[in-house]
Design a protein around this ligand. Structure first.
Ligand code: ATP
Ligand code: MG
Length: 227
């Protein structure tokens, strides 16, 4: 086990839209240590989501290296990256991204289906996590029957189901009223205190305070607070 859970070395990202090249990251060096928490801030378009997606092995760097738990995964095939992601990384998005036709319970089970966890165990684990997050009375509700804050808690339960090492959250409170936002921040900071590694993108300086370290991106580069 490496002290550094995920490390980016000189990472760049250029999106190509036909003839046009959009540079989103211009050489980012970043080490996310196991058990630490980090907030990413910066203007719209500064590259925060792009950086989060590369940290989470959801997208590839254009140049540079990505090391997961000490291992260079830059050239890994898509299926090996998906496997690492499925076991070790949980994502939480601003828009919750729950499957609208499934219940809360089934949404939380879903990542465990992909990991091949048998049905009974899957249902038990999903239920236990939902109960821990205060949603024991909402197991059979669909996303449209839940408030925004409840939907985000289901999304966090889903992210937690595989027992991941790393939680990545992209503006997790961006679509919530301030009371529900506070609840979600409390939940994320509790998870971090229980030992999970957390990287959260936020526009809100107050939200960023739950993290041990705050990094600011500017035009695809880390602007301050760099190690
Ligand atoms: N799939 C894509 N194709 C082309 N360009 C993209 C794509 N995704 C992002 N970009 C561009 O890359 C740059 C960084 O985008 P990114 O989404 O990482 O910013 P962000 O900091 O998360 O912004 P926001 O705060 O608005 O979410 C922007 O200029 C954006 O237009
Ligand atoms: Mg973004």
């Amino acid at each position: 086990m490496s002290e550094v859970l995920v490390r980016l070395e000189k990472v760049t990202k250029v999106y190509r839209l036909g003839e046009v090249e959009v540079p989103a990251l211009r050489g980012v060096d970043l080490a996310v240590e196991r058990g630490h928490s980090l907030a990413l801030m910066g203007r719209s378009g500064s590259g925060k989501s792009t950086l989060l997606h590369i940290l989470g092995l959801l997208d590839r760097a254009t140049t540079g290296r990505v090391l997961w738990d000490g291992q260079d995964v830059t050239g890994f095939r898509a299926d090996r990256l998906a496997e690492l992601r499925g076991r070790h990384i949980g994502f939480v998005f601003q828009t919750f991204n729950l499957v609208p036709t499934l219940t809360a319970w089934e949404n939380v089970e879903l990542p465990l289906v992909f990991l091949g966890v048998p049905g009974r165990e899957r249902r038990g684990r999903a239920q236990a996590i939902l109960e821990q997050l205060g949603l024991g009375q909402r197991l059979r509700h669909g996303p449209h029957q839940l408030s925004g804050g409840e939907q985000q808690r289901v999304a966090i339960a889903r992210a937690l189901a595989p027992n991941p090492d790393l939680i990545l959250a992209d503006e997790p409170t961006g679509n919530l009223d301030s009371a529900s936002g506070q609840e979600i921040l409390k939940l994320l900071s509790d998870l971090h205190r229980q030992g999970r590694t957390l990287v959260m993108v936020t526009h809100d300086a107050e939200a960023a305070q739950i993290a041990e370290r705050v990094l600011r991106l500017r035009d695809g580069m880390i602007a301050e607070g760099a190690p």
